[in-house]
Design a protein around this ligand. Sequence first.
Ligand code: HEM
Length: 410
Amino acid sequence: MQSFFGPDFIRNPYPIYDVIRQHGPVYKGPDGRWLVTGYNEANTILRARHFGVKHVWSAEDLQQLKDSAFAITEALMFLHLDPPDHTRLRALVSKAFTPKRVAELQPAILQIVQQLLDDIQAKHRLSERSFDFIQEFAFPLPIIVIAELLGVPVEDRGQFRQWSRDIVRVENAVRFAPSVDQIPPESLAEANQVAHDMRSYFRHLASLRREQPQDDLISAMVKAEESAGTLSEDEFLSACIIMIVAGHETTMNLLGNGIFALLNTPEQLALLKEHPEITASAIEEFLRFNSPVQMTLRVAKSATTLGTADIHVGDELIILLGAANHDPERFPQPDQLNIQRDNIQPLSFGAGMHYCIGAPLARLEGQLAFPELLKQLPDLAFAAGVVPDELAWNENFALHGLKTLPLQFS
Ligand code: HEM
């Protein structure tokens, strides 16, 4: 496994997918886990009821971590749960997080995009006109939007931004440790502190909204919780926090990977500038071409055969979404960016019962951000001295995005 998932994978996973693909679309890797690279196979597994999610912690882990606010928060996130708990908790959020609520955010999102672009221009106009696209645009946009969606008051947004930064950092250190015993104690302490602070904050915000509902997601979730009446406080708090954990870095990577792909493909950049009306299709192609989430895990709940693969109960499968999106059987010339590609339907938001609940919001952010970016900063380019292939990527196998992206405008 080590041979597939190392520093080269972090930089550019696609050549590695091509190597894995040579063994077939569902291949038992060196550590015994199945590696799924085929589009149809990935789609089938994600939609099949006899594959469950992999729980974040085992029962023994949870026993060991029973006083950890972080472990409790993560364990109860519905992304990590199977039915019936998944169904119950997802229903709570989907009742509140409606297409109408997303559509109503449009003016606010556009204003946030314009404000960020104004700030970038004001800050760097007099200097060399270069800025870090990730830190100054792709990172703040989704978190401000999530704060707006949830109904976090403006005065709390600085703190909210900090928690969001911290939770992702500590999640990497804690969740991906090889065993509970190997979690660095200082990382666990920090994770617990962040989780504790966020939980206290949402507990307080929910109590305010219970007394005086507003037109925001927390109020709508409180209402849905009251009518469902089957939710513990821990579950409610996890449902709030998952919106940040699942919605932030992912959307940041869509923006970063999208603009990076465009700058590397000047004729596609020119095409999009000339035809902003094809932005919706361009977003699907960005999602396909360099997927913000590269993989997810499933566990077989019953024995099954997929092509020539005999899968046993308890087997783990790594669904390589990024590989499925580059399956040459499904996408002609998969390694080429083509924003006019037909019938894209990438697996970047997953499929089946765990299909991303925030997909309409992420798409809307992209559809507002890209045209505005290309309009306000029409000569956007890599900053002087940047060698695109040498830029650093976040050291995370699942979430694929650039650490920094220095750009310049004229
Ligand atoms: C481009 C941005 C995004 C990408 C690529 C993305 C990707 C994904 C993927 C692949 C899954 C399914 C994982 C699996 O099946 O194991 C998922 C689930 C989820 N996403 Fe997103 N996501 C994005 C944005 C968002 C946003 C903006 C939010 C909320 C504000 C969000 C909230 C969620 C939640 C709550 C789930 C769990 C759904 C469930 O388990 O039923 N995501 N996302």
